[in-house]
Design a protein around this ligand. Structure first.
Ligand code: GAL
Length: 830
């Protein structure tokens, strides 16, 4: 039986007739009836959607089959340019991560010593004849940076900011019925322009849009929920419609809201739109018994908006939104749906570790999954707007967001950063962020900046007002914040600047909050950055002061660049914080609660337990000082602490075992011999440390409440490395050429216990419908390439990321190491 969906109506009719002719037997009758009903259904769908396939063209993924070449190629903007010998690739793409790390690369410690430079992309495509009367546009979600886009040799403009999404109208330039070429010059050659790893290239999706001359504008739908209660909600849908014809249009706007259930809530209005004009139309719809959105219950709705003219659908779009209310006050803090929520937040940069900046949907989703699993309820997208997929994931998984626009304003932090274009672009960039991200229920605040250098100058107050006003011109439903700090004792002088914000962001300034509250009682405070090791102090402050709405640790996840933040170091290694000098081979920031292969560090379990007291017991071991010296820490580090009871060379010497517990006390056993019992109440900050003379065996922590043993946590010494264990995060992924399988490699002893000192060199090979796109081991001192087929394990673990092809089937990843038996894992792609 052929695949019906791939047949035309004509094919189906012929097929049915043929079947009819051959069909003398009864048993085929049923098949025929079934087929005919399918045929009718198909025809019905085709009829009602006669313009629907065109409408679907309004957003077509334009990521595949690009040509790419490093260096400057000005001739490449022209349609006739010969790009045959250019590399073929699919987006998203980041050329920095593919390059070699080198201490001499101009990105330096900030950019993680990755290469940057300049590159060109080209894509040639045929525009069908029926586009002649359409509006054609191209939408880039993110190009780092200075993207100059050309169509058929004509420049459409340059977008300097590498984190903004932007759109160009191609209609005047498109040659229908012929080939057209989009060329993009990406210039990241002026270094340094960023304080962290930026990546280089078209690192987010590109979309082509083909619309009717009467259409909904780009970012043209805004959904708000002005009234929210458990019984009912008012949803307002505002739609910006353009009429690019010379005729007045009488249009019907149909809005249909739908949640998880089968109920729909509809509204229809008839409007008039003058020739060559655009206008915003509002519809208010009541939703009975709404399922409210929250991090615990991230209920989503869709708003399906159709624009019709005399029954013909001219344009249609579907937007996801959530029904929820948010408010801020000094006495109730941050409230979501009328209930106070204490924010347990983490800051996150945009990179995806070993994938670099490449914003695959799955990678973005995975990041949010990791944050959620670690107990965070909020993320600050430091210091730039994230990908759309990241925000979609926050909506779906339930993660509150501070969406941040900039790291700095007019005074530079690096020689070629945003300060260069601030005056020309800042209002546009911040407004584009708000327009693009408007409908995400997860976003609770807009941030207009981070640790602005010119904060002591009077102009900073004006700039804050300028940006805040620019945000409020579009959105008055969310608070405006920015992250403030002080590098000297002067702090009260910032009061006028703080006053321009609805919520005042403090970076590392929690200790100022009580006296600030006395001086400025109306101030609502959020700690926008904090040191990982101060988790308890900050949690306690948030618990006990209603005007402090939460804390965001720097950072939730490790990231590339800002090399050496959070490093700990050994005798003989250079001293100092990350800004004092280069600490190559450190090429990333080790200050995250979660490392670059997605493993939670002990600090993550501790923080989680503070905010989520249903998590009750965890144990890890503090790395002992080496013979004759001590390990040193930086400001953003925590003491290196591992899930390991394998310390060869330390036999008989005291090693510190650290237990985090939400029980009244904990007991610790080594091989069933009681080492001791200690209280772990709030007074002890829910922690106990035991000195244990090291000998291989089994550590057992027991949580005790009212004299009763409640829960145990075991840490066993591992024997020699014997096995390669592979764990895929999903057994089936999409065969769409973009979906990813994250495969964690664990080197274990014969009983499956991870050998925490294993550093074997692993060799990877993939067969079938998958491609290895990244390898990693979370060791930010390992400078071997992230785009490779080999990687050493670190602490007994490594990660391989495999991308699907566009063909369904499966792939098998084989992992081998010189002394170990090869192991394989198969993942389906469909
Ligand atoms: C803050 C800054 C962050 C990061 C952090 C660690 O001052 O806002 O972007 O640099 O320090 O150094």
């Amino acid at each position: 039986m052929p695949n019906l969906s791939s047949l035309s109506i004509y094919d189906l009719v012929i097929f049915t007739i043929v079947l009819n002719l051959k069909n003398n037997e009864k048993r085929l009758k049923m098949k025929q009836i079934h087929l005919l009903s399918l045929l009718m259904a198909f025809i019905a769908i085709s009829c009602t959607c006669s313009s629907s396939s065109e409408i679907n063209q309004r957003k077509q993924l334009f990521d595949f089959d690009w040509k790419f070449k490093l260096g400057d190629h000005p001739e490449a903007s022209k349609i006739a340019f010969n790009d045959k010998d250019w590399r073929n690739l699919d987006l998203p793409h980041d050329w920095s991560i593919e390059g070699d790390l080198n201490p001499d690369n101009p990105t330096g410690n900030d950019g993680g010593y990755f290469p940057a430079g300049l590159g060109w992309y080209r894509k040639t495509f045929k525009a069908p004849k029926d586009w002649a009367d359409k509006k054609v546009g191209i939408y880039f979600e993110g190009v780092y940076m200075n993207a100059e886009v050309f169509i058929n040799g004509e420049s459409l403009g340059i977008r300097p900011y590498g984190y903004s999404s932007f759109f160009y109208d191609l209609t005047p330039y498109i040659k229908t019925g012929q080939n057209n070429t989009i060329a993009v010059k990406v210039d990241n050659s002026q270094q340094k322009n960023c304080r962290w790893y930026s990546g280089s290239g078209i690192y987010r999706h590109v979309w082509l849009s083909v619309k009717n001359p009467v259409h909904i504008e780009q970012w043209g739908v805004q959904v708000t929920t002005p009234e929210v209660s458990k019984e009912k909600a008012t949803v307002e849908v505002k739609t910006n419609i353009s009429n690019n014809t010379d005729k007045e249009q009488e249009l019907t706007i149909q809005a249909q809201l739908k949640g998880k259930g089968s109920d729909t809530f509809n509204n229809e209005i008839i409007v008039k739109l003058a020739p060559q004009s655009s206008n915003v139309f509002s519809q208010k719809i009541t939703v009975e018994n709404p399922s409210l959105w929250s991090p615990e219950n991230p209920n989503l709705y869709s708003a399906d908006i159709q624009i019709l003219n005399q029954g013909e659908v001219l344009d249609q779009t579907e937007k996801t939104f959530g029904i929820r209310s948010i408010s801020y006050s000094t006495d109730k803090g941050f409230q979501l749906n009328g209930e106070t929520v204490l924010i347990n937040g983490g800051c996150a940069h945009h990179d995806n570790g070993s994938l670099g900046a490449a914003a695959y949907d799955r990678a973005e989703y995975k990041k949010v999954e990791l944050l959620k699993a670690a107990g965070f309820n909020s993320v600050r997208t430091s210091h730039n707007p994230p990908s759309e997929a990241f925000l979609d994931a926050c909506d779906e998984i339930g993660m509150l967001v501070i969406d941040e626009s900039f790291d700095g304003w007019r005074t530079q932090k690096t020689p070629f950063d945003y300060a260069m274009v601030f005056d020309e672009w800042a209002v546009k960039d911040v407004q584009d962020m708000v327009l693009r991200d408007f409908n995400h229920p997860s976003i609770i605040m807009w941030s207009i900046g981070n640790e602005i250098i010119e904060r002591k100058e009077p102009q900073a107050v004006k700039t804050a007002k300028l940006l805040s006003d620019a945000v409020k011109e579009i959105d008055t439903t969310r608070a405006v914040t920015s992250a403030m700090t002080a590098w000297d004792p002067e702090w009260d002088i910032f009061d006028p600047l703080m006053a321009e914000h609805d919520v005042c962001g403090y970076n590392y300034q929690m200790h100022q909050s009580e006296s600030d509250h006395e001086r400025v009682p109306s101030r609502i405070i959020v700690q926008t950055e904090s040191y990982p090791r101060d988790a308890f102090y900050n949690w306690n402050m948030v618990q006990s002061h209603s005007y402090i709405i939460g804390d965001y640790v720097w950072t939730a996840l490790d990231y590339l660049g800002e090399s050496g933040i959070g490093r700990y170091y050994y005798p003989g290694e250079p001293d100092g914080e990350h800004w004092t000098r280069n600490f190559y081979p450190w090429h990333g920031a080790y200050c995250g609660d979660i490392d670059l292969i997605g493993q939670r560090k002990p600090i993550s379990h501790y923080r989680d337990m503070l905010y989520n007291p249903s998590k009750k017991l965890y144990m890890a071991v503090k790395e002992p000082n080496p013979e004759g010296g001590v390990i040193k820490e930086t400001m953003w580090s925590v003491w290196p602490t591992w899930e390991s009871w394998n310390w060869p060379g330390y036999e008989g010497k005291d090693i510190q075992v650290e237990i985090y517990s939400r029980y009244a006390s904990v007991k610790l056993y080594l091989d069933d011999q009681l080492i001791g019992e200690k209280a772990t109440t709030i007074k002890e900050e829910f922690k106990a440390v035991f000195d244990v003379p090291f000998k291989e065996g089994t550590l057992k922590a027991v949580g005790v409440e009212n004299g009763e043993d409640k829960e145990t946590f075991i840490l066993k010494s591992a024997g020699e490395t014997a096995l390669i264990k592979l764990e895929a995060d999903r057994s089936t992924i999409k065969a769409d050429g973009q979906d990813l399988a994250y495969i964690t490699i664990k080197l274990t002893d014969k009983d499956g216990i991870v050998q925490p000192n294993a550093e074997d060199e692993l060799i990877f090979d993939v067969e079938g419908e998958g491609v290895i796109v990244a390898v990693d081991n979370a060791n930010l001192k390992d400078t071997s390439s992230y785009v490779a087929n080999t990687r050493k394990a670190w602490k007994g673990k490594a990660l391989v990321i495999v991308k699907s092809t566009r063909k369904a089937g499966d792939f098998t990843l084989k992992v081998s190491a010189p002394q170990l038996k090869e192991t394989a894992i198969t993942v389906k792609t469909e």
